[in-house]
Write a protein that binds this ligand. Structure first.
Ligand SMILES: NC(=O)c1ccc[n+]([C@@H]2O[C@H](COP(=O)([O-])OP(=O)(O)OC[C@H]3O[C@@H](n4cnc5c(N)ncnc54)[C@H](O)[C@@H]3O)[C@@H](O)[C@H]2O)c1
Length: 263
């Protein structure tokens, strides 16, 4: 699929030091965009920038509004105004609901949801002045169905609501906002879970109708599409990228439909 891109595209991706964000940075850089990597982990951001042609990087905590404002000012000076904003940084508390602390709750909501409010407010004035812009919020299937991680899930559900608000409020200004809703994607985010249970990913594969887990490239492809000319009339959408996980329940179908048991 070919997608026409704007020549002056400046793509800022939060949490791009690792996993999906790092692969998105590489993908947009390969398309000729000026890529800006923002991550709380300076070493990771620098490493990711070295793998994305021409990318620049900033160490920033996305919950720090003042620091983000500095980053957007410096990006404007060095690369021009941000035309594509991808909110991708995340934290995800593992604790059971009864043990979850208010600090963990607040951190997930700050990083996964409030940060997107900050970055959108900082990016929008330049997008409005330019008469175009695209915002992509990386949500999760956890926003749609209980799969554990209560605070993360609530924040990711809020991110879908924020996406719709931005789409409707700024649609007439040439600005689109869409969400991507990934299922399990094999990234370093899973490393601590693999350390507890080496089979966690292989075991979860059986829930996926497409029989494989996701790759960062699956999400990067969706982000390229949602920010390109071929999705020009897609606004306020939540694009599920999950190998069919949210479409139905493989195990239940196999249990109640005899012919499916042999799958
Ligand atoms: N991996 C999955 O299975 C999966 C599934 C659904 C959705 N997602 C979503 O995809 C996105 C990327 O996930 P990933 O798997 O690549 O994660 P990852 O852990 O590999 O990368 C997340 C990045 O966010 C950065 N970060 C954390 N807190 C930050 C902060 N306060 N300020 C700035 N940066 C911060 C981390 O340093 C890290 O580089 C996230 O939004 C995640 O919720 C992932």
């Amino acid at each position: 699929m070919t997608t026409e891109r704007r020549q002056d595209e400046c793509v800022l991706i939060t949490g791009a030091g690792s996993g999906i964000g790092a692969v998105m940075a590489q993908r947009f850089a390969a398309l000729g965009a000026r890529v800006v990597i923002v991550d709380i982990d300076a070493d990771a951001a620098e490493r990711a920038a070295s793998q994305a042609t021409g990318a620049i990087w900033f160490q920033a905590d996305v919950t720090d509004r003042g620091r983000l404002a500095e980053v957007f000012r410096e990006v404007r000076d060095r690369r021009g105004p941000v035309s594509v904003l991808i909110n991708n940084a995340m934290t995800c508390a593992d604790a059971d609901f009864l043990d979850l602390t208010v600090e963990e709750w607040k951190r997930d909501v700050s990083v996964c949801l409030t940060a997107a409010f900050h970055t959108a407010q900082l990016a929008l004035p330049d997008m409005l002045a330019a008469g175009h812009g695209s915002i992509v919020n990386i949500s999760s299937v956890n926003a749609l169905q209980y799969l554990g991680n209560v605070s993360y899930s609530a924040a990711k559900a809020g991110l879908i609501s924020l996406t719709r608000s931005l789409a409707v409020r700024f649609g007439a200004d040439g600005i689109r906002a869409n969400a991507i809703v990934p299922g399990t994607i094999v990234t370093p985010a899973w490393d601590h879970r693999i350390a507890q249970d080496p089979h966690v990913l292989e075991d979860s594969r059986r829930w996926y109708p497409s029989t494989r887990l996701g790759r960062p490239e699956d999400v990067a492809d969706a982000a390229v599409f949602l920010t390109g000319s071929q999705s020009g009339w897609i606004n306020g959408e939540s694009l599920i990228v999950d190998g069919g996980l949210m479409a139905g329940n493989v195990a239940m179908a196999a249990q109640i439909v005899p012919d499916e048991r042999s799958r």
